[in-house]
Design a protein around this ligand. Structure first.
Ligand code: OSB
Ligand code: MG
Length: 370
């Protein structure tokens, strides 16, 4: 297959609820979408890069430049079998994994459509339904947080993840555990702690958390390994894991016992599958993280989550938790049992609403095969 055209767009969408983490507050998302045309078919990809380089070193504006000047021209020149060819096509460009993932994932989506199979099936998925958790941002008051948890549990979500940071941790966990002693509960620090906090973190063993996500530096394995030795609770790495080799290093050093796979963070479905397979062989469970995606990225996360080693509830939740109105049809919904049904129709299984996307677009450019 040859790609005839690549459309880049930036859309802006206000979040239904502001999202606060230890690294910052997001109220309006600026999102880079890519749309591929080949043989009369259309496939979309969503770039996970944020508005600022706070989660990773990428942001929407760097992703736009790299996509327009480096990645899209390479993709337009290539003769492709499928998304699995993309890492090789892009390999001269170092880093910029979120930019690469948007294009690669769109190619996988296109290939699924061409073969007339679901994206989940093409990726090697085996689950008919995926278990869902929620990530709850830092709240202005503890009362608000307790209300949010109550709402999400009532909606059926199987795991609650609390964002935390120094000063908004131990007391909070205590309150939540007092009220809900048995729920699956985890926390995510997004690198807000240092080694001087190690005694404080060790106290959290009493709360029987399912995991503590990325407590230390975003690029670290070594100090996480020292911390993991001190803890009964599993550490889960998110930011630190960029590829399969990182996963192998982290497992070997015992820096974590669980891994969060974000397809954008690792550069696309090929690398996500490689990490999935490596962790499965070594008995390390994984789950699918989220990056406040629209329905386009969310649909891709659902397909990825259908692989067998995605055995823990992920951060893939319903469209309405993020958006007053999503950009796909139907919107993503979660059952009372806290599950999303994996589509079985060709491609991602969702229809992209171009009219809605047009009305949200603030810049657009097209590159064509010459
Ligand atoms: O660390 O998992 C994270 C959102 C933006 C950036 C980083 C993270 C998150 C989330 C929210 O936790 C996941 C979601 O609901 O999409
Ligand atoms: Mg995280």
């Amino acid at each position: 297959m040859k790609i005839d055209a690549i459309h880049l767009r930036e859309i802006t969408m206000p979040l239904a609820f502001p999202f606060r983490t230890s690294f910052g507050l997001t109220t309006v998302r600026r999102i880079l979408l890519v749309e591929l045309e080949a043989d009369g078919l259309t496939a979309w990809g969503e770039c996970a890069a944020g508005e600022h380089p706070y989660f990773s070193d990428e942001m929407i504006d760097t992703a736009w430049i790299i996509t327009e000047s480096e990645l899209a021209p390479r993709l337009l020149k290539a003769e492709l079998q499928g998304g699995g060819n993309c890492p090789d096509i892009f390999k001269q460009v170092r880093g910029h994994r979120m930019a690469k993932a948007a294009l690669e994932n769109a190619v996988w989506d296109m290939e699924a459509q061409r073969q007339g199979i679901s994206l989940a099936n093409l990726l090697g998925g085996t689950r008919e339904k995926i278990p869902c958790g929620v990530s709850i941002g830092l709240q202005d008051t503890d009362e608000l947080l307790m209300e949010k948890i109550e709402t999400e549990l009532a909606a059926g979500y199987q795991r609650i993840k609390l964002k935390c940071e120094p000063g908004r941790d131990t007391v909070l966990f205590e309150k939540v555990r007092d009220r809900w002693p048995d729920i699956l509960l985890s926390c995510d620090a997004n690198s807000a702690y240092q080694m001087k906090d190690i005694d404080r973190i060790a106290e959290w063993d009493q709360f029987k958390l399912l995991m503590i996500e990325q407590p230390l530096w975003y690029d670290d394995f070594y100090f996480h390994s020292m911390l993991q030795k001190r803890l009964e609770t599993a550490i889960c790495l998110d930011e630190s894991i960029r590829n399969r080799r990182d996963a192998l290093a982290a497992i070997d050093m015992e820096s974590c016992r669980i891994i969060n796979i974000k397809v954008g963070r690792v550069g696309g479905f090929s690398e996500a599958i490689a990490i999935h397979n490596a962790t499965a062989e070594r008995g390390i469970p994984v789950w699918c993280g989220g990056m406040l995606e629209t329905g386009i990225g969310r649909a891709h996360n659902i397909a990825l989550s259908s692989l067998p080693n995605f055995s823990l509830p992920g951060d893939v939740s319903a469209s309405k938790r993020y958006w007053a109105e999503d950009v796909i049809e139907p919107e993503v919904t979660v059952s009372k049992a806290g599950e999303i049904v994996v589509p079985t129709t060709p491609g991602s299984g969702f229809v992209v609403r171009r009219d809605r996307i047009d009305s949200l677009t603030v810049r657009k450019t097209t590159l064509r095969r010459s």
